[in-house]
Design a protein around this ligand. Structure first.
Ligand code: ATP
Ligand code: MG
Length: 438
């Protein structure tokens, strides 16, 4: 017979609360106004530049990411959420948007003889160690342009992010790092010489870099290890391998950014994590968020569409991490104060007849003043109690209908902030009075 204790254990096990998965977070009602504000700012930038939204599924065939991102990258090697579906096909929760976007554009002929300027937004999934600014489900906004191979569009993509930083008020807190990765031929020649150099100094490299010499030697360049970085001072210089086309592309990009007044730092060791980049790569970084300082990164990936089976088509884009930008806004105290106000008018009423009249009035307000937010009190209760709730709601006025008001066909408007006196007005004049007050 199971003991009482065993039964109790069983019971508490059954009733144990289920929690969210590690590294995946709820965005609570208190935080969503800031998210919505941020999202609205980014969307308005995309509108201003004539970019169209695309929405892709969150799950794709695993092969899509292996073929585009590259087998020897951190993302594919150790960060993907991969599982077999019921049909035993290997599926992956998207770790980024670029590959899915290319897949979708190709599948629907969007790159056929035409230029596309696209944006997307949504959750991405990577199995990483959760910490500040690093989650397992996180959100990105991304921009991708297909069919343009010139540096002018690279400049446009960077300029639009700079405009966003201005709009959000964080322009002084982020800096632009810029590099070129050249053509694949230039990278291949450099890679050979870099490997030869690294192989002579294996003992001085950190463990990750030692592993990467064989799999992804360019990644050694952005190792965070100080000894490895010091050693790299003596490594072959990539710029001397650069092909003419990439050299000119980079020079033109720089002069366009100079013309637009956008400051940047050339960082010859910026290679970015993914295999698909060529020519332009860039990152916007901040020193206000600790180790997770990259808020936006991108570059050109002219070979990728072909690699996924399409006709050779140039591509270039960026992705920004929403959580990190939200953290930055909070860190810099740039959350607009009005975001905390969710309600403009709180409707207070006493008794059934007044409640019915008040409910009708609420609908009239929503018809005639669609911009104001009306919260109608539910659940009855004393006048004092309703007024307390009205105050707590953050509304700027309470609109009160009690017995007296009902009989007189009037309503009381009671400002809840500031010094303005309460007033009683005819029901017909409520809309006009409220639109003056709010
Ligand atoms: P990191 O070097 O920080 O790992 P990454 O190079 O892997 O970044 P990208 O693939 O370029 O990142 O993604 C673009 C942006 O998405 C990053 O600059 C960052 O702001 C954000 N991001 C990437 N991974 C995460 C994550 N696990 N949690 C939160 N944001 C992330
Ligand atoms: Mg990463």
């Amino acid at each position: 017979m199971a003991s009482v204790v065993q039964k109790e254990n069983l019971r508490s096990q059954q009733l144990a609360k289920i929690k969210a998965i590690r590294g995946m977070y709820d965005i609570l009602p208190e935080q969503t106004p800031l998210w919505q504000y941020f999202e609205a700012q980014v969307k308005s930038i995309f509108d201003q530049y004539g970019y169209a939204e695309i929405r892709m599924p969150m799950v794709e065939r695993t092969e899509l990411f292996c073929r585009s991102i590259g087998e020897a990258t951190d993302v594919v090697e150790k960060e993907m959420y991969t599982f077999a579906d019921r049909n035993d096909e290997s599926m992956t929760l998207r770790p980024e948007g670029t590959a899915s976007c290319v897949r979708a554009a190709e599948e629907h002929g969007l790159t056929y003889n035409q230029v596309q300027r696209l944006w997307y937004h949504g959750p991405m999934f990577r199995y990483e160690r959760p910490q500040k600014g690093r989650q397992r489900q996180f959100h990105q906004f991304g921009a991708e342009v297909y069919g343009l191979d010139g540096p002018d569009v690279d400049a446009e993509l960077i300029i639009m992010t700079a405009r966003l930083w201005q709009k959000l008020g964080i322009a002084d807190a982020v800096t632009l790092q810029l590099n070129t990765l050249g053509s694949s031929a230039a990278r291949a020649a450099y890679r050979q010489d870099l490997v030869a150099f690294l192989e002579q100094h294996m003992d001085a490299l950190d463990a990750d870099s030692q592993r990467r010499v064989a799999t992804n030697p360019l990644r050694v360049l952005d190792s965070k290890d100080p000894n490895t970085q010091a050693l790299l001072d003596g490594a072959p210089d990539f710029y001397s391998y650069l092909d003419d086309d990439s050299r000119q592309h980079f020079a033109r990009l720089r002069s366009l950014l100079d013309g637009a007044g956008i400051a940047y730092e050339i960082n010859p060791r910026l290679v970015r994590g993914l295999d698909y980049y060529c020519k332009t790569v860039f990152e916007w970084v901040t020193d206000k968020l600790g180790a997770q300082g990259t808020v936006c990164g991108g570059g050109r990936y002219d070979g990728m569409i072909e690699q996924l089976g399409g006709k050779p088509t140039p591509g270039v884009g960026w992705a920004m991490g929403v959580e990190r930008l939200i953290l930055l806004l909070q860190e810099l105290d740039l959350v607009p104060a009005e975001l905390s106000q969710r309600v403009d008018v709180y409707m207070v009423h006493m008794g059934d007849a007044a409640a019915a009249a008040s409910m009708m009035l609420a609908e009239q307000l929503r018809d005639r003043l669609p911009g104001i937010r009306v919260l109608w009190h539910c659940g009855g209760g004393s006048f004092k109690n309703q007024m307390k709730k009205a105050d707590k709601s953050g509304a700027s006025v309470a609109l009160i209908i009690g017995d007296d008001e009902l009989q007189q066909g009037r309503a009381q408007i009671k400002p809840l902030r500031g010094q303005t006196e309460a007033m009683t007005v005819d029901a017909a004049a409520v809309v006009e009075q409220l639109s003056k007050l709010i």
